[in-house]
Design a protein. Structure first.
Length: 190
């Protein structure tokens, strides 16, 4: 009887896991991408005066603090990044196929648009893993080893998830994008 109960619990857990995977997979396989605003201002009203734009900027949420190691083992925090550039913060996961296929697209974006600082937070990857990746691929973006705490702080539910931060490290928006073209469409529509 006890074994049957354990088997039933295991089957229910497996069913929930499979259902979650199907939902996440269907999001990625859809041809459309969606953006999710994480700001508190009305994005429908995009016209206005300079003072309207300034008040929108003031309502942006500060990004949670990050202090993670890059592929060389140096600690990198948001405060150590440029205060003259917007930041693209991508949350990825080691062995995530979507993340791996997004990296070359992200690299092309980072090399073309120098006015953005691109940072990838790679959960489950060690400094050595990231060092090997950077040696092999020579990406033009920063690659940091992610932690569970940072993923929780940013409420990451799926990877890759991309955040746009302003020059003062405030969150402008978050989105699921997979290509350079989608990045351009999203970034320049804001």
């Amino acid at each position: 009887m006890k074994i049957q109960k354990e088997i039933s619990i295991a089957m229910i857990s497996l069913g929930i896991g499979v259902l979650s995977a199907v939902i996440i997979l269907s999001l990625y396989l859809s041809k459309e991408f969606s953006t999710t605003s994480v700001t508190s201002f009305d994005q429908e009203n995009t016209s206005g005066t300079l003072s309207d734009l300034e008040s929108k900027k003031e309502s942006l949420m500060p990004a949670p603090v990050i202090a993670l190691q890059d592929h060389n083992g140096r600690e990198i925090g948001l405060d150590s990044l440029s205060t003259e550039k917007k930041k693209i913060l991508v949350f990825a996961q080691k062995d995530c196929e979507y993340c791996e296929s997004f990296y070359p697209e992200l690299d092309a974006f980072s090399k073309q648009y120098k006015n953005f600082e691109v940072v990838v937070v790679n959960y489950g990857a060690t400094v050595d893993d990231n060092n090997q990746t950077m040696k092999e691929k020579e990406y033009g973006f920063k690659l940091l080893s992610g932690t569970e705490k940072v993923f929780a702080d940013y409420q990451i539910q799926a990877t890759p998830t991309t955040f746009l931060l302003d020059e003062n490290n405030r969150i402008v928006e978050a989105a699921f994008v997979e290509t350079k073209a989608q990045m351009e469409e999203w970034m320049f529509a804001i």
